[in-house]
Design a protein around this ligand. Structure first.
Ligand code: PLP
Length: 358
């Protein structure tokens, strides 16, 4: 029998979530962010399901090439831009948009012999201090880009938020104001909002929203799940029980004997582990679902297997289905238990896991 571990990708959930984003930001176009292999859901599969998006955002030229090879003709934006002069002919051939966030990229464009105009997104650092030109350079960079025959005259303006998941915080309001001030005199479409800003900062929706996580049904807003915003999980990671053992009270379970049975009890063994991408640091108590009933992890997650406390699921049998996250068990809840965010979990599924579409 093959290993029963699988990641089911719910294509209807992806489409539903795109519709939900459109309903939340009705005046904006949608750049669906599909970096990191579509947040681990599979790049081409996600892009096909989201073909109604107005553009795709990727982190690498290689991902853009894959989308074109898959026949997708939407605009594709390189969110970190290009790396070297030799990338420019490829951008033109594949008709890719690029973010321009650094003087080195501007210099490469100015040294370029030209050709079909490349569409650029001028990125301003409004306070996150990761990528982007300082606000006081925005106008000068905009003018230099506009002077280039090899650059499309319509330059979009963008920035990225550091903490838009904090709906009551000041930083996002400050970033919106700094971006507005830096770009007040400049022409071009505007884009600020990641998923959390789509959900909580309508003032930032502007011409283009750039959701990633929301399209996969995942919230990064503290204490909330995607379902709280009308989103549906796009991935269910599941497996099966391959053993159930009765273990005596006082006996210890798993590597390092980190968990001790408080009484005689049934311990389930699931064919899933960190070799599949389940986080090894998920502690005892992290929930799973056995036949739809919650059963906490006990002991250490190992490479291929995880042990579960089945006292709350006394009817469980070998072969029964187990859900690690997804339908019925929000990935945000598992992530919170493991000290991370849902994005990291869905991005970490390994190649031995079978992907199924439904
Ligand atoms: C990843 C990314 C996004 C999407 O962020 P989410 O939180 O997943 O919505 C948007 N814009 C940029 C520049 C990004 O790098």
């Amino acid at each position: 029998m093959s290993r029963p571990t699988s990641a089911t990708i719910h294509l209807d959930a992806l489409r539903h979530n795109l519709a939900r984003v459109r309903a939340l930001a009705p005046r904006s176009r949608v750049m669906a962010v599909v970096k990191a292999d579509g947040y681990g859901h599979g790049l081409e599969r996600v892009a096909r399901a989201l073909e109604g998006a107005d553009a795709f955002g990727v982190a690498s030229l290689a991902d853009a090439e894959r989308l074109r090879a898959a026949g997708l003709s939407q605009r594709i934006v390189l969110l970190s831009g290009f790396d070297e002069p030799a990338d420019l002919p490829l951008l033109r051939r594949l008709s890719l948009d690029t973010v321009v966030h650094h003087a080195a990229q501007l210099a490469m464009l100015e040294a370029d012999a030209g050709g079909a105009p490349i569409r650029c997104w001028l990125k301003i650092d409004s306070g996150m201090h990761r990528l982007g030109f300082p606000p006081d350079q925005a106008a000068a960079v905009h003018a230099r880009l506009r002077a280039l025959p090899g650059v499309d005259a319509d330059i979009a303006l963008m920035t990225h938020f550091a903490s838009s998941d904090e709906f009551a915080g000041d930083q996002t309001r400050e970033q919106i104001a700094r971006f507005a001030a830096a770009t007040a005199t400049l022409s071009g479409e505007r884009s600020l909002a990641n998923s959390a800003a789509v959900l909580g900062w309508p003032d930032a929706h502007a011409d283009w929203v750039r959701p990633g996580g929301a399209l996969y049904g995942i919230s990064v807003v503290g204490g909330k799940t995607g379902a709280d915003f009308g989103l549906r999980p796009a991935m269910t990671l599941s497996s099966r029980l391959i053993a159930i053992n009765r273990v005596r009270g006082g006996e210890k379970v798993g590597y390092g004997a980190s968990w001790q049975c408080p009484e005689d009890m049934p311990v389930g063994v699931v064919a899933l582990g960190y070799g599949d991408g389940y986080p090894r640091h998920a502690p005892s108590g992290t929930p799973m679902l056995v036949n739809g009933v919650r059963a906490p992890i006990i002991g250490r997650v190992s490479m291929d297997l995880i042990t579960l406390d089945l006292r709350g699921a006394p009817d469980a049998r070998v072969g029964d289905p187990v859900v690690a996250w997804g339908e019925g068990l929000p990935v945000e809840e598992v992530a919170a238990a493991a000290g991370t965010i849902g994005y990291e979990l869905v991005c970490s599924i390994t190649r031995r896991v079978r992907f199924v579409e439904c």
